[in-house]
Design a protein around this ligand. Structure first.
Ligand SMILES: Nc1ncnc2c1ncn2[C@@H]1O[C@H](COP(=O)(O)OP(=O)(O)O)[C@@H](O)[C@H]1O
Ligand SMILES: [Mg+2]
Length: 245
């Protein structure tokens, strides 16, 4: 279970002055649930997700990962989390198989077990053709699949994914969507941000709409429909972030 309690993040920028990237944001995501985070560019999605993943300290507030306080016990919390963004770095000169072996060792997973998990992910994500090709020569989508495999290798119960399908073609995206579905069926808690409304609509149990660092809507699509009187998630989103205010 993931729980954010009034997380706030201020950045001090020389040119722009003080920026409130995330403003008293609270939300929760239970195990076996997918929470979709929607927001315009600059809304605060990445900042919020990085705070959950212990990669960034909040200015105030905190979050709990399976009841572990991310501010007080970042290392303990981190052990429960797989964090995936669209630009996770990989060693360019290694092959996917080598990378998985290397990270497996780091996580204390045996060689045999690493190989089994690699095979599993390779089947779901369609990686068989390039497991022995150096990362240097892989496409964006292929690299993303390797990054995801790497961050999920230790079977983390919590997945935090920042635009995991950004810039990927429809087939690569579908593979990743399939992986997210599978993670849900394994009772993990999954938070992912996206710009793709139909992806969110099909996949998410609940939606969180962030605007200017604040939650403008949060709940099941059904609940958002009731609140807004609007059927379509696209339109609900526009209504929640529009220039109406
Ligand atoms: N390291 C930083 N220093 C200064 N401002 C930042 C930094 N990171 C993010 N911001 C600002 O915080 C706001 C939220 O950014 P971000 O969380 O990346 O939004 P999103 O992921 O929704 O596009 C933006 O105004 C962005 O410019
Ligand atoms: Mg972002």
């Amino acid at each position: 279970m993931i729980r954010a309690e009034a997380i706030t993040k201020l950045f001090h920028d020389k040119k722009r002055g003080e920026i409130v990237a995330v403003n008293k944001l609270s939300f929760a995501c239970k195990s076996g649930m997918i929470l979709g985070v929607l927001g315009l560019n600059g809304a605060g999605k990445t900042t919020a997700l990085r705070i959950l993943a212990t990669l960034l300290k909040p200015s105030s507030g905190t979050a709990f990962i399976n009841n572990i306080d991310v501010v007080k016990y970042p290392d303990k919390a981190k052990a429960q989390i797989g964090f995936i963004s669209s630009d996770t770095g990989l060693y360019r000169r290694l092959t996917p198989r080598e990378i998985v072996g290397y990270f497996g060792e780091l996580y204390g997973i045996s060689r045999q077990e690493s190989a089994i998990r690699l095979k599993e992910y390779s089947e779901i994500l369609g990686m068989d053709d390039f497991l022995d090709t150096k990362v240097d020569k892989l496409s964006t989508g292929q690299k993303q699949k390797v990054s995801i495999t790497r961050t999920m290798l230790h079977n983390p119960p919590i997945l935090i994914m920042d635009e995991p399908t950004a810039g990927l073609d429809i087939v690569a995206s579908a593979h990743i969507v399939e992986l997210i579905r599978r993670a849900k069926s394994q009772n993990r808690a999954i938070i992912f941000s996206t710009h793709i409304m139909h992806e969110a609509q099909r996949l998410c149990d609940e939606i969180l709409i962030i605007h200017n660092g604040m939650a403008t809507r949060n709940g099941t699509i059904e609940k958002l429909r009731m609140e807004t009187g609007i059927e379509d998630l696209d339109q609900i989103f526009l209504d929640s972030v529009g220039d109406l205010d």
